[in-house]
Design a protein around this ligand. Structure first.
Ligand SMILES: Cc1ncc(COP(=O)(O)O)c(C=O)c1O
Length: 449
């Protein structure tokens, strides 16, 4: 990847460069999550407030990464801060049953039907791991199906067909045999998917799908694809899992499923429902979830062991989640109208700007989520993760990098952006005029980095 013309970034982030050298002595690659690295080195954040990140060189960035898309209300919303300070004084980890967890669970249950029962854990990766384990326990079958480019976190089962080229294994250290019981279907291609499913349905436990590919490129699932898969699983007694870790409470006060006539057996949630603190949720049909009931299933041979973990239901995540959900419920008209209509405007305006400048793009997304894809060759739209991965990644990287260095606007390079309730029209205008400036300075011309 070209790093020409980077002088302003290097000049303005000298403290970050020093922190990066220190970080490389303690973390492989200097980061604790692979995607947080970008060339030549990431800026190091010291604090964040509303829609801004502030780095160790005192640069401010308008943030569209928003904590891996978790922060729907922006960084550290005021009305949540004070309540959390009180909770810090009253205990951060009880490690016992606690009432705050019941309140948050009731709130989720009321809004995220169909969730008869649920379990809290600390990450989305755990939630999807537990969901697939429950499906195997329930069906007594082995194969898990996900989509090509679907991202469900770092659990070993689901580290399959995540990164381009999708046919090869996801790195060393994952047993090649693992793939025998994990298969991938082409996203948004119902016929191609059913062809694969028909060949494995005798041993098929579940299909797990993101209804909008997030890390795979901000690509909404088409109605016929999602409904077609749903009909297939219902007909063949396969557990239907919808991963709503990104979409849950992002598009409206509830799930994507509720808006789109999807009736999963299990769903997973995370991000938004933790109010900026670690969380994962697996929930759904009583019939399946009760396999994990330690009171009912005393004999370990009959129980499906799902977590938890040390930090599950900790009172900080529970309170932050509860306060966020209460705010969203109370202000749902205002919040979702604002962020969804901003999202539509971002997509339309960016699309028009590039198209008028004869730069072929597809600006994908839904609601407050968006991503620009620079089309190559004969491509004219992005409908799956293969399209997204084979679009012009270098142009996308240069666009995001120049937004950071020249305009103080942060999209995690090459990744989907999320608008929060802290953003407004002036942020839209700023992004549009920054993009216009970069177009006028020819950074999208071939060979100009
Ligand atoms: C759809 C989806 N599922 C699961 C996960 C994993 O969640 P976590 O990073 O909390 O483990 C992510 C993370 O981005 C995600 O986007």
């Amino acid at each position: 990847m070209s790093i020409n013309n980077e002088s302003s970034y290097l000049r303005n982030t000298q403290n970050s460069q020093r922190w990066y050298s220190r970080a490389c002595r303690v973390f492989p690659g200097g980061v604790s999550h692979n995607i947080r690295f970008f060339e030549p080195y990431p800026f190091f954040v010291e604090k964040a407030h509303t829609k801004y990140l502030y780095d160790v060189d005192s640069n401010a960035y308008t943030d569209y990464w928003m904590g891996h898309w978790a922060l729907i209300l922006g960084h550290s919303p005021k009305h949540i801060q004070n309540r959390l300070i009180r909770q810090m004084q009253e205990g951060t980890l009880f490690g016992t049953a606690n009432n705050a967890s019941v309140i948050l669970a009731e709130q989720i249950q009321k809004a995220a039907s169909p969730v008869d029962l649920m379990r809290f854990c600390s990450t989305g990766s755990e939630a999807t791991m537990y969901a697939t384990r429950l499906a195997r326990a329930f069906t007594k079958k082995r194969i898990i199906v996900k989509s090509v480019g679907g991202w469900h976190g770092f659990n070993t089962n689901l580290m399959h067909a995540v990164n381009y080229p999708f046919e090869t294994t996801e790195g060393i250290g994952i047993d090649e045999g693992q793939g025998e019981f994990v298969k991938s279907i082409p996203f948004n291609d119902l016929e191609g998917s059913i062809h694969i499913l028909d060949g494995i349905k005798e041993d098929l436990s579940c299909i797990i799908i993101e209804p909008v590919l997030g890390a795979g490129g901000a690509i909404p699932g088409k109605k016929d694809f999602l409904i077609g898969l749903q009909e297939y699983v219902k007909k063949n007694n396969i557990v239907w899992i919808i991963d709503e870790i990104v979409t849950g409470f992002r598009l409206h006060y509830g799930t994507f499923c509720a808006l789109n006539n999807l009736q999963p057996d299990l769903i997973t949630l995370g991000k938004i429902v933790g109010g900026g603190f670690p969380i994962g949720v697996v929930g759904g049909s009583k019939e399946i979830m009760k396999l994990a009931d330690p009171v009912l299933k005393k004999d370990k041979r009959e129980r499906c062991f799902i977590g938890g973990g040390t930090f599950s239901s900790n009172p900080i995540s529970m309170k932050a989640g509860m306060l966020t959900m209460q705010f969203l419920e109370k202000n749902k008209e205002k919040v979702y109208r604002r962020i969804n209509s901003l999202g539509n405007e971002y997509r339309q305006k960016l699309s028009r700007l590039f198209t008028d400048s004869k730069i072929p793009v597809d600006v994908t997304g839904m609601g407050s989520l968006f991503q620009v894809h620079f089309l190559k060759g004969s491509m004219n739209e992005i409908t799956n993760a293969v399209d997204a991965s084979t679009a012009d990644q270098e142009r996308l990287f240069n666009y995001h990098r120049r937004l950071i260095s020249d305009h103080g606007i942060f999209n995690l390079p090459r990744k989907m952006a999320a608008i929060s309730y802290a953003h407004n029209k002036s942020d839209l205008n700023k992004l549009v005029s920054a993009t216009e400036d970069l177009i006028n300075r020819s950074i999208f011309d071939t060979n100009v980095a």
